[in-house]
Design a protein around this ligand. Structure first.
Ligand SMILES: [Zn+2]
Length: 171
């Protein structure tokens, strides 16, 4: 059970995103998924990491997508240019559950590190406290800081689009 009770979170799914899809990779991290991404990645490396670390390879390259099939690597071919559409497609393809967005569940969009509360990493945070804009989260790897500002409100809209998309599918 998640922090908010109703949140069922499929964090086990890990991704490897190809170099063309940086914006999508950042969003997957913000959604809390362990997402490997480098802008200068080479196809052979992507295939190797995906296979070795059991990551779902997300790519817009048809040729690379074809190679994943041959190597028995789970993969998703991205054909749209809109992140929301692509995220919804990924959630549907892998049967992932919707989650409310919060830095509590997120990973660092820059480096994929986990986030902790900047003031007290060990403290339990209630859902109410989570929405406090004064609470700052920090990446344990690169130290980048996060808080619930306007950026998060935009991201919540993205999450809402996904939630509605997934609900629509069920009815
Ligand atoms: Zn970081």
């Amino acid at each position: 059970m998640g922090l908010l009770g109703w949140v069922k979170y499929s964090k086990e799914t890990r991704f490897q995103v190809d170099g063309m899809l940086g914006s999508l990779a950042r969003k997957l991290r913000i959604f809390g998924f362990d997402t490997a991404y480098q802008s200068d990645s080479v196809d052979d490396e992507l295939l190797k990491t995906s296979k070795k670390e059991h990551r779902v390879l997300v790519t817009s390259d048809r040729e690379l997508y074809g190679r994943t099939r041959k190597h028995d690597i789970e993969s998703i071919l991205i054909t749209d240019t809109i992140d929301e559409t692509n995220l919804l497609f990924i959630f549907k393809s892998l049967d992932l559950e919707y989650t409310e967005l919060s830095p509590v569940f997120s990973r660092c969009s820059r480096c994929n590190g986990s986030l902790e509360r900047a003031d007290d990493a060990g403290m339990t945070v209630s859902s109410e406290q989570m929405r406090d804009p004064r609470i700052v989260f920090r990446c344990v790897k690169c130290q980048k800081t996060y808080w619930e500002g306007s950026h998060w409100r935009k991201l919540r809209k993205t999450a809402e689009i996904i939630r509605l998309g997934l609900e629509h599918d069920k009815t």
